[in-house]
Structures are given as C-alpha cells and as structure tokens.
Design a protein. Structure first.
Lengths: 302, 365
C-alpha cells in the first residue's frame, strides 16, 4: 500500500508542476495551451543534458530553461504581436512535438541517471508517512513548496496582487502604471519554467528514457486541472493526486484481476478530464474564479 | 517549346532512372521497415543486428534501404509502397502491425517479394517469418519459479493477441513445472514500446508484491525499475544486462540474421518461395531454440543450481525432448484443453485465447 501511494504521488508530480505554472500564467490573463509542448521540450532537454553532463540536477536546470525559451516564443507571438492565444498555444504544442522528436532522435534507447532520493532526517523515520512524504527527490519537495509559495504569493505579496490585477482588469492595472505586457511575459515564462520542470521529471525520475511524445497527454490534463482547481494551488494538488491515482489504478485493477477491460481503464484519466471540465464549466456560470481578462488581448502599448 | 521539351525529358529520365539502375547492376536491393529507431536494445535493435549480418554476408552484392520509426497503420502502407517503387526486390516489414499494409502493397507490386514479421497471412509474394519466443519464456518460468520468494510473478504484456498469450502460458508451464504455489498476474500496456507505461506497470507489480517481473514489451524500463527496487526480471529481444546488471536473470535474444540471409540467397538463386501449405498460422519460417533463431543470454543473478535447471530446460526444448504444451492441460478456470499423452500443435497455439493454470485473471475480450 505504501509503495502504491508513493507511485501515485510521483506520477502526479509532472501534472502538478505544469499545472502550477499554467495557473500563474492564467492568473495574469494569458491562456497558454502549449503546456504539452513545453513539457516535451523540458523532457528532451533534461534527458539530453543528463546524457552529456551526467548529473541529473543539471537536467532540472536545462528542463526549466528549455521551458522558458519555448514559452518566450509564445509570449512574443501572443503578447507582443497579439496573435490569437488559443491558436498559438495549439500551434506551439504541435511544433514542439515534432521539434522534440527531431532533437530526441539520438537519445532513443539511451539511459540517463535518475534524481537521487533525499531522506529528511527524523521525518523520514515516521512510520508510513515518513517514507511517502519525506523520502523523495528534490522536485517532489520543490513542487510541494511551490504550492504554498504560489498560494501565499497571490494572497500576501505585492507581486502576486499585481499579477492578479493584470489578469482581472488589465485596463485598470495599466492606468495605475503597471506594465501589463511585462507582467504577462514574466508570468508566461514562469509557466514555461514549471512545465519544463514537470516534463523534465518524467525522464529524470519516472523512467530514465526518451521516447517521442512521452508526456502522453499529461500537459492537457494539467490544463484541465487548473480549471478543475478553480485557480487555487491547494486544490490543484488534490486534483493532481486524483489524476495520478486514476493513472495507477488502471494498472492495479489489472494486476489484481478486476474484471474491467484494460482499454476502458486506459481511457479513464481522459474521461475524468472531460467530466471535470464539464462540471466546472457548469459551475463557472455561477462564480467568478476565472481571471476576468483570461485570453483577452491588451491593446495598450506597454 | 524547346525548353518545355527538355523539361519533360529530364522529368521522364528521373522517373525511369531507378529501373535503369536495377537492371544495370546485379545488386539485390533490400528494404527494411522498422517500427522504431534501432537504439541499442529491444525488438528493432534485434532486426538491426540481423541487417548487419546481411551486410557482412553479401557486402556489395546488396543495397540496403531502411526506413525507421514507421507507425503501424496507413503511414506504413505509404512507406512500404515507396520502398517498392524505389526498386527494392525484397522488403522485410518487421512488426506485427504491418500485416495489412504489407498485404495491400504486395498486391500492387506482384514482382516484389515481401517478408512480414511476425504475422500469419501469406500470399504469392508475401512470406512470413517468426520466432518461437515462447520457448524462451518457458525457461524464464522455470527460473522465476525457483527464484521467487513471494510466489507472485508480475508480467507485462503488449496486446492480448495469441502470440503474447502463448508466451504467458509457456511461462506458466515453466513456472508450474518447479513451483505449484506461484502465480502470474498480467498487466496489459496496450503498446509495444512506451517506457513511461512499462515503468508504471512494473512499479504497480512490485507494489502488489511481485518479486520477479517478465515482459512482452520492448523497453528496458521494467528491468530498470526492478533494479531500483531490488526485484529481478528478464530482458526482451536483446541482452539488456547493461541496463540492469543486478536485476536481469537472462534475456531471450532474437536472432534474425540467418533467416534474412537464407531468404536473400533464395531470391538471388531464383528459388524464393513462401513455403508449402495453406495461408495459415505457421508461416514458412517459425524457428526457435533448435534453429538458433532464438538464443538465451548468460544466466546471471541466480545460484548455480537454478542456472543448471534452466540450462536443462533449455537443452530439453532445443533437442525436442521437452514438450512445453504437453497434456494434461487445464485453463485457469478449470476447463480441460487436452488430456494426458497429447501435445498442442502449432495451430492450437495460434488459437490461444485462454490462460493456463498458474495465471490469474481473464484474457481481455
């Protein structure tokens, strides 16, 4: 049971990281549908750099930088040139899928070093909980730290409130002197960094390989999660664990011989995504969680 | 007008040039279609090694074209057709899912010879080649039965097709020949190659108590997860010991080279054929341990007496004394397949849609 819970936690880390990044991006009013593509860039950069330098921590760095770079392309098009965000985001994913396939070609079949487990003294000795929560690699701790960092940041820091202001009413934010475009560039880059790290986590911790399109829809699930969590970081954690759980459940059901078709179980994570989105969009009509300027262009010149 | 005429001539000569080439040289043009990039392990790499043996054997007498990373489906049809158009005389399509695309293109090019691995449908110019993978899996079962402490074996299958199911059943026969208490649980990955899914499946097997893992998928991810968690397992298609030196017990190794060489020689001598008999399960080449199309890598991470028993099982199958599917055989829900004294024939193997005793759960419908 312990082992299963750890597996579920680790499976949910990539979607959690990517989801947190997208949450910040969307809070600033930018809808970036390129999460899947940014994750792939992070994954291929991480694996490639670990193969070259041999150190998995370098992989995190390269994954993050690759995510930032590719998100900059998106920012340039949507924020500066004001192209359609939905179309550009989709284009980014399609482009990145092919690009990473090309870059990753020489890495197919090679094995990279994995992130080591860091046991936290005393805490990791707590029965059950210790092994699940305090005996993981650095990105797990980072992801959990990030949840509280973002939550606290949006509630209590000036920068957080500026980002929210830009996302909720860019004209007002502009009129009191904030640079809407700069804030959006930074938020989108942060989203790219997190997605890159989320993608990097797959070859660095889950399986030490590259295969084309290895994120297998995790980016889309992360996108749906942000809505599912109604833009709240702590709810995002719960959502990510549920999706991680469903992904693992399909294998558990088979291993235990439950009489359910495996194809049906394979479908479950995506089915859950659609259901979550349908429920949320129904609920959305009655609340105002979504940033009011989400997906809208800011036509001012700063 | 004159310019246009030149253009037309140039265009025509480009069109015709491949045919000119084939007639000008006595080289045999050979095409290969690979499912993935070969890398350095697994299914496609085993074919790549076979191709290298072809190159070594024939040298400049063959001209080899390879297309890598061809998805099973409509894309495969396009690629195979392209290879046929380029004048390849014999084309090896090296994955089960290329069956229909190969047959389709073969109809359009009746003078090109096709060799499909590992399907079961043949026509006048489509032959099939296959390896008795299940023979290696019986030996795996013997080793697993002797090595397991939890009596739980985790098996990762690609798709619930008869080729994979007969492997699981052969594994179960080997397992039960030495250990009646152990059981196999199967997780279907629904893919031949996906390191993420294979790793997830392996983690779940271990979390559920399995200490020996076996796979009918292609990546070394399962073995690497086993290595990390102190479990043991078997490599697939090629020796995967380098990926998991402390976890790999041994690997079943596919050896395609001799078969390729034989078929290309037949073509050069004008004796290429698709074998006798009807278009059915056996294909015209289905070799195993006895023909060296299947070999086992070194036994490692096991005590000597286990290795000896594994070797004995290997030798028994190779010499034909040990019959893997000898009766009495019962399915895991108690139905009798055959009684004592009888043995399943090849046709029955290709009709397997049930698990034998020792496997838990049901075959997905």
């Amino acid at each position: 049971m312990e082992n299963l819970l750890i597996t579920i936690l680790l499976t949910s880390i990539p979607i959690l990281l990517a989801g947190l990044g997208e949450l910040v991006t969307e809070k600033s009013g930018v809808l970036n549908l390129g999460v899947e593509g940014m994750m792939l860039c992070g994954a291929v950069a991480a694996l490639g750099s670990v193969l070259i330098f041999g150190n998995p921590y370098i992989g995190i760095l390269f994954g993050a930088v690759a995510g930032i770079l590719i998100s900059t392309v998106f920012s340039f098009f949507t924020i500066t040139l004001m192209t359609n965000q939905v179309a550009t985001g989709l284009g980014l994913t399609i482009f990145a899928t092919a690009l990473t396939g090309l870059i990753g070609e020489p890495f197919v079949g090679k094995t990279a070093a994995s992130l080591p487990k860091l046991e936290i003294i005393f805490l990791s000795d707590i029965p059950y909980l210790g092994k699940i929560l305090f005996s993981n690699d650095i990105l797990v701790y980072f992801a959990i730290f990030l949840i509280f960092f973002i939550h606290f940041g949006f509630q209590n820091t000036k920068l957080g409130i500026i980002i929210r202001a830009v996302g909720d009413n860019h004209d007002s934010a502009h009129s009191i002197g904030y640079s809407v475009k700069l804030v959006r560039w930074i938020s989108t880059s942060f989203g790219g960094m997190c997605a890159g790290m989320g993608g990097a986590y797959i070859p660095l911790a889950l399986t030490p390989h590259w295969s084309e399109g290895m994120t297998a829809g995790k980016g889309w699930i992360a996108l749906a999660l942000v809505v599912f969590a109604s833009w709240m970081p702590i709810r995002l954690l719960i959502g990510a664990l549920i999706f991680g759980g469903i992904t693992i459940l399909q294998f558990v059901a088979q291993a235990r011989g439950w009489d359910v078709p495996s194809q049906f179980l394979n479908m479950l994570p995506y089915l859950a995504t659609i259901l979550a989105l349908a429920l949320i969009s129904f609920k959305l009509k009655h609340n105002n969680y979504a940033p009011a300027c989400l997906g809208k262009h800011f036509l001012g010149n700063k | 007008m004159y310019k246009n005429f030149l253009k037309i001539i140039t265009f025509l000569s480009i069109l015709v040039s491949p045919f000119l080439f084939t007639s000008a040289y006595a080289k045999t043009k050979v095409g290969f279609v690979y499912l993935t990039t070969p890398g350095d392990h697994g299914w496609t790499y085993a074919h790549e090694l076979g191709k290298q043996m072809v190159k070594k054997e024939f040298g400049n007498d063959v001209e080899i074209s390879i297309v890598e990373n061809v998805p099973e489906g409509p894309d495969a049809t396009r690629v195979i057709r392209e290879l046929a158009k380029q004048g390849n005389q014999i084309i090896f399509t090296t994955s089960f899912g290329y069956m229909e695309p190969t047959l389709k293109v073969a109809k359009e090019f009746p003078n090109v010879r096709f060799e499909h691995m590992t399907g079961y449908k043949r026509t006048k110019n489509v032959a099939t080649g296959n390896i008795r993978f299940y023979e290696g899996r019986y030996v795996q079962g013997v080793v697993a039965g002797l090595m397991t402490k939890t009596n739980k074996i985790g098996y990762i299958g690609a798709y619930p097709i008869s080729e994979v199911i007969m492997g699981i059943n052969a594994f179960a026969q080997g397992l039960r020949s030495v250990n009646k208490k152990a059981t196999i649980s199967v997780i279907w990955a629904n893919t031949w190659y996906d390191p993420v899914k294979e790793a997830d499946a392996a983690k779940v097997h271990i979390a559920e108590g399995a200490d020996i893992l076996a796979q009918h998928t292609d990546s070394p991810a399962m073995l690497q997860i086993a290595e990390k968690n102190g479990a043991l397992g078997f490599g697939q298609s090629t020796d995967m010991g380098a990926f998991a030196p402390k976890a790999q017990l041994f690997a079943s190794v596919n050896n395609w080279g001799p078969y390729y060489i034989k078929k290309i020689k037949q073509l050069k001598d004008g004796k290429w054929n698709t074998g006798d008999g009807p278009d059915h399960w056996a294909g015209n080449t289905w070799g195993g341990l006895s023909t060296n199309m299947l070999t086992l890598s070194n036994f490692s991470n096991m005590p000597n007496d286990v290795a000896k028993k594994a070797q004995a099982a290997h030798d028994g199958i190779k010499s034909g004394k040990l019959k893997i599917f000898a009766g009495p055989l019962k399915t895991n829900d108690g139905k009798e397949i055959i009684g004592a004294g009888k043995t399943l024939d090849d046709g029955a193997l290709w009709g397997m849609n049930y698990y034998l005793e020792g496997v838990t759960g049901k075959v997905p419908k």
